[in-house]
Write a protein that binds this ligand. Structure first.
Ligand code: SAM
Length: 342
Protein backbone atom coordinates (compact mmCIF):
# COMPACT_ATOMS: atom_id res chain seq x y z
CA UNK A 1 0.00 0.00 0.00
CA UNK A 2 1.23 3.51 -0.83
CA UNK A 3 2.38 5.70 2.02
CA UNK A 4 0.04 8.56 2.91
CA UNK A 5 1.91 11.55 4.30
CA UNK A 6 0.44 13.61 7.09
CA UNK A 7 -0.28 17.26 6.31
CA UNK A 8 2.70 18.23 8.51
CA UNK A 9 4.98 15.93 6.49
CA UNK A 10 3.59 17.31 3.22
CA UNK A 11 4.27 20.85 4.43
CA UNK A 12 7.87 19.94 5.21
CA UNK A 13 8.37 18.54 1.68
CA UNK A 14 6.90 21.73 0.17
CA UNK A 15 9.07 23.94 2.39
CA UNK A 16 12.12 22.00 1.36
CA UNK A 17 11.24 22.11 -2.34
CA UNK A 18 10.85 25.88 -2.21
CA UNK A 19 13.98 26.64 -0.18
CA UNK A 20 16.34 29.11 -1.90
CA UNK A 21 18.88 26.27 -2.54
CA UNK A 22 16.27 23.97 -4.08
CA UNK A 23 14.89 26.77 -6.24
CA UNK A 24 18.41 27.70 -7.39
CA UNK A 25 19.09 24.07 -8.26
CA UNK A 26 15.90 23.29 -10.17
CA UNK A 27 14.45 26.50 -11.58
CA UNK A 28 14.54 26.65 -15.38
CA UNK A 29 12.26 29.68 -15.68
CA UNK A 30 14.51 32.61 -14.92
CA UNK A 31 13.28 33.13 -11.37
CA UNK A 32 9.56 32.50 -11.83
CA UNK A 33 9.71 29.52 -9.49
CA UNK A 34 10.76 31.79 -6.66
CA UNK A 35 8.23 34.50 -7.52
CA UNK A 36 5.35 32.01 -7.78
CA UNK A 37 6.16 29.51 -5.07
CA UNK A 38 8.89 31.01 -2.89
CA UNK A 39 6.19 31.95 -0.37
CA UNK A 40 5.72 28.26 0.39
CA UNK A 41 9.05 28.14 2.19
CA UNK A 42 7.29 29.90 5.07
CA UNK A 43 5.58 27.26 7.29
CA UNK A 44 2.52 29.47 7.86
CA UNK A 45 1.95 29.79 4.09
CA UNK A 46 2.57 26.11 3.45
CA UNK A 47 -0.05 25.07 5.98
CA UNK A 48 -2.49 27.54 4.43
CA UNK A 49 -1.75 26.20 0.94
CA UNK A 50 -2.34 22.56 1.89
CA UNK A 51 -5.53 23.51 3.73
CA UNK A 52 -6.68 25.52 0.68
CA UNK A 53 -6.08 22.61 -1.65
CA UNK A 54 -8.02 20.29 0.65
CA UNK A 55 -10.87 22.85 0.57
CA UNK A 56 -10.78 23.02 -3.20
CA UNK A 57 -10.79 19.24 -3.57
CA UNK A 58 -13.41 18.95 -0.80
CA UNK A 59 -11.19 16.59 1.15
CA UNK A 60 -11.72 16.60 4.88
CA UNK A 61 -8.67 16.68 7.18
CA UNK A 62 -8.70 12.91 7.67
CA UNK A 63 -9.28 12.01 4.00
CA UNK A 64 -6.60 10.87 1.57
CA UNK A 65 -6.40 10.03 -2.14
CA UNK A 66 -5.43 6.37 -1.92
CA UNK A 67 -6.23 4.52 -5.12
CA UNK A 68 -7.13 7.67 -7.09
CA UNK A 69 -5.85 8.59 -10.53
CA UNK A 70 -5.36 12.33 -10.75
CA UNK A 71 -4.65 14.83 -13.53
CA UNK A 72 -3.72 18.50 -13.05
CA UNK A 73 -4.10 20.44 -16.31
CA UNK A 74 -2.09 23.68 -16.28
CA UNK A 75 -0.03 22.27 -13.42
CA UNK A 76 2.51 25.13 -13.42
CA UNK A 77 5.25 24.44 -10.88
CA UNK A 78 3.44 21.29 -9.79
CA UNK A 79 2.78 22.03 -6.12
CA UNK A 80 -0.78 20.64 -6.27
CA UNK A 81 0.57 17.47 -7.93
CA UNK A 82 3.11 17.09 -5.12
CA UNK A 83 0.41 17.41 -2.46
CA UNK A 84 -1.96 15.00 -4.22
CA UNK A 85 0.82 12.47 -4.72
CA UNK A 86 1.84 12.62 -1.06
CA UNK A 87 -1.82 12.24 -0.09
CA UNK A 88 -1.50 8.75 -1.54
CA UNK A 89 -2.89 9.10 -5.08
CA UNK A 90 -2.06 6.03 -7.13
CA UNK A 91 -1.17 7.97 -10.29
CA UNK A 92 -0.52 11.70 -10.65
CA UNK A 93 -0.10 13.43 -14.00
CA UNK A 94 0.77 17.11 -14.44
CA UNK A 95 0.35 18.72 -17.86
CA UNK A 96 1.55 22.18 -18.77
CA UNK A 97 2.31 23.89 -22.04
CA UNK A 98 5.22 26.01 -20.78
CA UNK A 99 8.40 23.97 -21.27
CA UNK A 100 10.68 25.71 -18.71
CA UNK A 101 8.06 25.09 -16.01
CA UNK A 102 7.72 21.45 -16.99
CA UNK A 103 11.51 21.10 -16.91
CA UNK A 104 11.58 22.64 -13.43
CA UNK A 105 9.03 20.11 -12.13
CA UNK A 106 10.83 17.23 -13.82
CA UNK A 107 14.11 18.36 -12.29
CA UNK A 108 12.91 18.46 -8.67
CA UNK A 109 10.70 15.37 -8.90
CA UNK A 110 13.44 13.20 -10.36
CA UNK A 111 15.83 14.39 -7.64
CA UNK A 112 13.56 13.26 -4.79
CA UNK A 113 12.70 9.57 -4.37
CA UNK A 114 9.32 10.30 -2.77
CA UNK A 115 8.24 12.41 -5.79
CA UNK A 116 9.76 10.32 -8.57
CA UNK A 117 6.47 8.70 -9.57
CA UNK A 118 4.74 11.97 -10.45
CA UNK A 119 4.64 12.33 -14.20
CA UNK A 120 5.09 15.91 -15.38
CA UNK A 121 4.95 16.48 -19.11
CA UNK A 122 4.48 19.18 -21.71
CA UNK A 123 1.02 19.06 -23.21
CA UNK A 124 -2.01 21.03 -24.27
CA UNK A 125 -5.28 21.22 -22.41
CA UNK A 126 -7.25 20.86 -25.62
CA UNK A 127 -5.43 17.75 -26.83
CA UNK A 128 -4.78 15.54 -23.80
CA UNK A 129 -2.60 12.45 -24.33
CA UNK A 130 -4.83 10.09 -22.33
CA UNK A 131 -7.47 7.50 -23.09
CA UNK A 132 -11.17 8.14 -22.41
CA UNK A 133 -12.22 7.64 -18.80
CA UNK A 134 -8.73 7.52 -17.25
CA UNK A 135 -9.00 9.79 -14.20
CA UNK A 136 -10.92 9.94 -10.93
CA UNK A 137 -10.02 13.59 -10.35
CA UNK A 138 -9.08 16.36 -12.78
CA UNK A 139 -8.00 19.77 -11.60
CA UNK A 140 -7.83 23.18 -13.30
CA UNK A 141 -6.46 25.37 -10.54
CA UNK A 142 -6.28 29.04 -11.63
CA UNK A 143 -5.52 27.68 -15.08
CA UNK A 144 -8.64 27.52 -17.27
CA UNK A 145 -8.65 31.32 -17.68
CA UNK A 146 -5.25 31.01 -19.42
CA UNK A 147 -6.19 28.32 -21.91
CA UNK A 148 -6.85 29.14 -25.54
CA UNK A 149 -9.62 26.89 -26.93
CA UNK A 150 -11.39 26.93 -23.59
CA UNK A 151 -14.46 24.94 -24.67
CA UNK A 152 -12.35 22.24 -26.26
CA UNK A 153 -10.18 22.09 -23.12
CA UNK A 154 -13.26 21.50 -20.97
CA UNK A 155 -14.50 18.84 -23.38
CA UNK A 156 -11.10 17.11 -23.30
CA UNK A 157 -11.06 17.07 -19.51
CA UNK A 158 -14.50 15.48 -19.36
CA UNK A 159 -13.48 12.95 -22.02
CA UNK A 160 -10.56 11.64 -19.93
CA UNK A 161 -12.63 11.72 -16.71
CA UNK A 162 -14.07 8.41 -15.44
CA UNK A 163 -17.81 8.09 -15.05
CA UNK A 164 -18.40 9.17 -11.46
CA UNK A 165 -15.12 11.11 -11.49
CA UNK A 166 -14.75 14.74 -10.33
CA UNK A 167 -13.60 17.68 -12.45
CA UNK A 168 -12.63 20.56 -10.15
CA UNK A 169 -12.27 24.06 -11.53
CA UNK A 170 -11.18 26.95 -9.32
CA UNK A 171 -10.64 30.38 -10.81
CA UNK A 172 -10.50 34.01 -9.78
CA UNK A 173 -11.56 35.50 -13.10
CA UNK A 174 -15.25 35.43 -12.51
CA UNK A 175 -16.99 36.78 -15.60
CA UNK A 176 -20.30 37.05 -13.71
CA UNK A 177 -18.85 39.84 -11.54
CA UNK A 178 -19.15 43.28 -13.21
CA UNK A 179 -16.14 44.68 -11.30
CA UNK A 180 -13.90 41.81 -12.38
CA UNK A 181 -15.10 42.23 -15.98
CA UNK A 182 -14.27 45.96 -15.91
CA UNK A 183 -10.85 45.42 -14.35
CA UNK A 184 -9.92 42.56 -16.66
CA UNK A 185 -10.77 44.68 -19.69
CA UNK A 186 -8.46 47.44 -18.41
CA UNK A 187 -5.74 44.83 -17.86
CA UNK A 188 -6.25 43.41 -21.37
CA UNK A 189 -5.94 46.84 -22.98
CA UNK A 190 -2.66 47.50 -21.14
CA UNK A 191 -1.16 44.10 -21.97
CA UNK A 192 -2.10 44.40 -25.62
CA UNK A 193 -1.32 48.08 -26.28
CA UNK A 194 0.71 49.30 -23.30
CA UNK A 195 2.11 51.27 -21.67
CA UNK A 196 4.10 48.88 -19.44
CA UNK A 197 3.59 49.11 -15.68
CA UNK A 198 1.39 47.96 -12.83
CA UNK A 199 -2.32 47.47 -13.45
CA UNK A 200 -4.73 45.90 -10.92
CA UNK A 201 -1.94 43.81 -9.40
CA UNK A 202 -0.45 42.76 -12.75
CA UNK A 203 2.83 43.87 -14.23
CA UNK A 204 2.41 44.75 -17.91
CA UNK A 205 5.68 44.39 -19.82
CA UNK A 206 6.35 44.78 -23.55
CA UNK A 207 2.88 45.21 -25.16
CA UNK A 208 1.75 42.20 -27.18
CA UNK A 209 1.32 44.33 -30.30
CA UNK A 210 5.02 45.28 -30.04
CA UNK A 211 5.99 41.64 -29.44
CA UNK A 212 4.25 40.71 -32.68
CA UNK A 213 6.02 43.56 -34.48
CA UNK A 214 9.36 42.22 -33.20
CA UNK A 215 8.47 38.70 -34.36
CA UNK A 216 7.62 40.04 -37.82
CA UNK A 217 10.72 42.21 -38.12
CA UNK A 218 12.95 39.32 -37.06
CA UNK A 219 11.35 36.89 -39.51
CA UNK A 220 11.06 39.39 -42.38
CA UNK A 221 13.72 42.15 -42.18
CA UNK A 222 12.60 43.32 -45.63
CA UNK A 223 9.22 44.56 -44.31
CA UNK A 224 8.76 48.34 -44.37
CA UNK A 225 8.09 50.10 -41.04
CA UNK A 226 4.51 50.79 -42.05
CA UNK A 227 3.79 47.19 -43.09
CA UNK A 228 5.42 45.74 -39.95
CA UNK A 229 3.27 47.97 -37.73
CA UNK A 230 0.12 47.32 -39.72
CA UNK A 231 0.66 43.55 -39.72
CA UNK A 232 1.32 43.63 -35.97
CA UNK A 233 -1.98 45.46 -35.43
CA UNK A 234 -3.84 42.92 -37.55
CA UNK A 235 -2.42 39.73 -36.03
CA UNK A 236 -3.96 40.12 -32.55
CA UNK A 237 -4.85 36.79 -30.85
CA UNK A 238 -2.32 34.94 -33.00
CA UNK A 239 0.47 32.78 -31.63
CA UNK A 240 4.03 33.30 -32.86
CA UNK A 241 3.86 30.76 -35.70
CA UNK A 242 0.51 32.14 -36.89
CA UNK A 243 1.98 35.66 -36.91
CA UNK A 244 4.89 34.42 -39.05
CA UNK A 245 2.53 32.54 -41.37
CA UNK A 246 0.44 35.70 -41.78
CA UNK A 247 3.59 37.72 -42.59
CA UNK A 248 4.68 35.15 -45.15
CA UNK A 249 1.27 35.18 -46.82
CA UNK A 250 1.36 38.97 -47.01
CA UNK A 251 4.76 38.93 -48.70
CA UNK A 252 3.75 36.13 -51.07
CA UNK A 253 0.21 37.13 -51.99
CA UNK A 254 -0.20 40.67 -50.69
CA UNK A 255 -3.05 39.54 -48.41
CA UNK A 256 -3.19 41.26 -45.02
CA UNK A 257 -4.74 39.48 -42.04
CA UNK A 258 -7.69 41.11 -40.29
CA UNK A 259 -7.44 40.06 -36.69
CA UNK A 260 -7.74 43.27 -34.65
CA UNK A 261 -7.72 43.49 -30.90
CA UNK A 262 -11.19 43.92 -29.37
CA UNK A 263 -11.64 45.56 -25.98
CA UNK A 264 -14.02 42.82 -24.82
CA UNK A 265 -11.83 39.88 -25.84
CA UNK A 266 -8.86 38.63 -23.83
CA UNK A 267 -5.56 39.02 -25.72
CA UNK A 268 -3.12 36.17 -26.34
CA UNK A 269 0.57 36.40 -25.48
CA UNK A 270 2.16 35.40 -28.80
CA UNK A 271 5.30 33.59 -27.54
CA UNK A 272 3.65 31.42 -24.89
CA UNK A 273 0.38 31.12 -26.87
CA UNK A 274 -1.65 31.68 -23.73
CA UNK A 275 -4.59 33.87 -22.83
CA UNK A 276 -3.49 36.78 -20.67
CA UNK A 277 -6.31 36.16 -18.19
CA UNK A 278 -9.66 35.33 -19.70
CA UNK A 279 -13.01 35.82 -17.99
CA UNK A 280 -15.05 32.74 -17.17
CA UNK A 281 -18.73 33.03 -16.42
CA UNK A 282 -19.40 30.06 -14.12
CA UNK A 283 -23.08 30.07 -15.12
CA UNK A 284 -22.11 29.50 -18.77
CA UNK A 285 -19.46 26.96 -17.79
CA UNK A 286 -22.08 25.03 -15.80
CA UNK A 287 -24.21 24.78 -18.93
CA UNK A 288 -21.26 23.58 -21.01
CA UNK A 289 -20.39 20.95 -18.42
CA UNK A 290 -23.98 19.77 -18.13
CA UNK A 291 -24.16 19.38 -21.92
CA UNK A 292 -21.02 17.22 -21.61
CA UNK A 293 -22.76 14.88 -19.18
CA UNK A 294 -21.72 16.39 -15.84
CA UNK A 295 -23.67 17.34 -12.76
CA UNK A 296 -22.33 20.61 -11.35
CA UNK A 297 -22.03 22.11 -7.94
CA UNK A 298 -20.87 25.72 -8.16
CA UNK A 299 -19.92 27.95 -5.27
CA UNK A 300 -19.03 31.61 -5.14
CA UNK A 301 -15.78 32.00 -3.23
CA UNK A 302 -14.67 34.96 -1.17
CA UNK A 303 -11.43 35.64 0.65
CA UNK A 304 -8.86 33.72 -1.38
CA UNK A 305 -8.28 30.05 -1.76
CA UNK A 306 -5.86 29.18 1.02
CA UNK A 307 -8.06 30.30 3.84
CA UNK A 308 -9.77 27.84 6.10
CA UNK A 309 -11.43 28.27 9.50
CA UNK A 310 -13.80 31.15 9.83
CA UNK A 311 -13.54 32.22 6.17
CA UNK A 312 -14.32 28.70 4.99
CA UNK A 313 -17.30 28.60 7.32
CA UNK A 314 -18.42 32.07 6.15
CA UNK A 315 -18.27 30.90 2.53
CA UNK A 316 -20.31 27.80 3.35
CA UNK A 317 -22.95 29.87 5.11
CA UNK A 318 -23.14 32.50 2.37
CA UNK A 319 -23.54 29.84 -0.31
CA UNK A 320 -26.21 28.08 1.71
CA UNK A 321 -28.21 31.21 2.54
CA UNK A 322 -27.89 33.70 -0.33
CA UNK A 323 -29.40 32.90 -3.75
CA UNK A 324 -26.60 31.69 -6.00
CA UNK A 325 -27.39 34.09 -8.85
CA UNK A 326 -26.90 37.03 -6.50
CA UNK A 327 -23.79 35.70 -4.79
CA UNK A 328 -21.96 34.68 -7.94
CA UNK A 329 -22.18 38.28 -9.17
CA UNK A 330 -20.33 39.52 -6.08
CA UNK A 331 -17.44 37.09 -5.64
CA UNK A 332 -14.11 37.32 -7.46
CA UNK A 333 -13.61 33.58 -7.34
CA UNK A 334 -15.69 30.50 -7.96
CA UNK A 335 -15.26 26.76 -7.68
CA UNK A 336 -17.04 24.15 -9.71
CA UNK A 337 -17.22 20.48 -8.77
CA UNK A 338 -18.47 18.67 -11.82
CA UNK A 339 -19.25 14.97 -11.52
CA UNK A 340 -19.43 13.02 -14.73
CA UNK A 341 -22.73 11.19 -14.70
CA UNK A 342 -23.08 10.20 -18.37
C1 SAM B 1 -1.72 30.79 -13.47
S1 SAM B 1 -0.86 29.32 -13.86
C2 SAM B 1 -1.49 28.22 -12.63
C3 SAM B 1 -0.53 27.10 -12.36
C4 SAM B 1 -0.93 26.13 -11.26
N1 SAM B 1 -2.18 25.46 -11.54
C5 SAM B 1 -0.99 26.83 -9.94
O1 SAM B 1 -2.08 26.96 -9.38
O2 SAM B 1 0.04 27.29 -9.46
C6 SAM B 1 -1.60 28.74 -15.37
C7 SAM B 1 -0.82 27.61 -16.03
O3 SAM B 1 -1.52 27.13 -17.17
C8 SAM B 1 -0.56 26.81 -18.16
N2 SAM B 1 -1.24 26.78 -19.46
C9 SAM B 1 -1.71 27.83 -20.18
N3 SAM B 1 -2.32 27.41 -21.30
C10 SAM B 1 -2.26 26.05 -21.28
C11 SAM B 1 -2.75 25.03 -22.14
N4 SAM B 1 -3.45 25.33 -23.24
N5 SAM B 1 -2.51 23.75 -21.81
C12 SAM B 1 -1.82 23.43 -20.69
N6 SAM B 1 -1.34 24.35 -19.84
C13 SAM B 1 -1.56 25.64 -20.11
C14 SAM B 1 0.49 27.89 -18.01
O4 SAM B 1 1.72 27.56 -18.60
C15 SAM B 1 0.55 28.05 -16.50
O5 SAM B 1 1.53 27.21 -15.94
Amino acid sequence: MKKVYTDEEICRVLQDLTSPESIRLHDRTDNWFSRYNGFLHDPHNTAKYVRGLRNTLKLEADENLLGKTVLDVGSGFGMACVVMHLLGAERVEGIDTFVPMVETTQSYSSARPELRDINFQKGLSYDLPFADGTFDIILNFEALSHFVNQEQSVAEATRVLKKGGKYVIADDNNGANARIVRENREIWERFENGPPGEIHGHDAKLPYVESREQILREAFPELSDGDAKDLALNTAYMRKQDVIDAGERFLREGVKPASRFQADRCPVEPHAGQMMENLIDPRELDKTLMALGCKCETVAYFGGDGVGGIVKLGNRMLNALVPKELLIQQSAGFKIHATRVA
